[in-house]
Design a protein around this ligand. Structure first.
Ligand SMILES: [Mn+2]
Length: 250
């Protein structure tokens, strides 16, 4: 019998723009029946945290993850970093959790599980290559202090005006997104020829189901941002991949 998994991303917990906790609560029932949970990045939003001090944000994040592990003792949990949660102090928190809990693992860029790969998708804004993604992340990793209220308002205005110029449904059209992700996955040896049939990603906040490109199917789980659609993806894992953590991760 195959194992059941849930992929979700972009809860943006900590941010005032997020209703991620409410969305999370809605998916709890499904998680109780699942074997795998893959968190696809931007689960926490340190850049726009409501806490002024980083330590408070880190405490919240660590406790939230501990709570997930305690409440779902059967779940194997993989945490793939996004651009809003790639900062070094959170990596330390994740490293400690991974040491204490063999059911938990964190990954910097992607998580491969059988014929599936899970990634955040910020490479879409970084350029196309793994190197560009590393550089892009460095810009985010530097922002360890949460922006103030004025910066928050300015950001909202910037988002509104940018959306005015290039509608997100054009910038993140399924065709453009899948074509560009496919280019990146090729550089990482994660094509259909390498055995990857399904690709799960976040970042664009635009839900997507089974969009085909080059013999791969693409899925996006939406986001926990207020007024946007949250759309966790269920997936199936062959039982022979149940020991993936112990085989693949340090
Ligand atoms: Mn993102």
């Amino acid at each position: 019998m195959s194992m059941q998994g849930v992929f979700l991303s972009d809860l943006h917990l900590l941010s005032r723009r997020s209703v991620g906790q409410r969305r999370w609560n809605e998916v709890r029932g499904e998680l109780r029946r699942a074997d795998w949970l893959v968190l696809g990045g931007d689960i926490f939003d340190f850049r726009w945290s409501r806490h002024r001090h980083l330590d408070a944000s880190l405490d919240d994040a660590g406790n939230w993850l501990l709570d997930v592990m305690v409440h779902f003792p059967q779940l194997k949990i993989a945490y793939v970093l996004g651009n809003h949660d790639c900062l070094p102090p959170l990596r330390s928190v994740l490293r400690n959790l991974q040491q204490d809990c063999p059911r938990f693992a964190w990954l910097e860029y992607y998580f491969r599980l059988g014929d599936k790969v899970f990634l955040h998708g910020d490479v879409l804004d970084a350029g196309n290559s793994p190197l560009q993604l590393t550089r892009y992340r460095r810009r985010f990793a530097g922002h360890e202090k949460s922006r103030g209220a004025v910066a928050n308002l300015l950001y909202d205005a910037a988002v509104a005006s940018r959306m005015h110029c290039v509608p997100p449904n054009v910038l993140h059209s399924p065709e453009r997104v899948t074509r560009r992700l496919a280019g990146y996955l090729q550089l990482e040896n994660l094509t259909a020829a390498h055995g990857i049939q399904q690709v799960y990603f976040g970042h664009t906040h635009m839900p997507m189901r089974n969009v085909l490109w080059g013999h791969q199917a693409y899925y996006n789980a939406g986001s926990g941002i207020r007024h946007l659609e949250f759309s966790p993806c269920a997936f199936q894992v062959a039982p022979e991949h149940s020991d993936t953590f112990t085989r693949n991760l340090a």
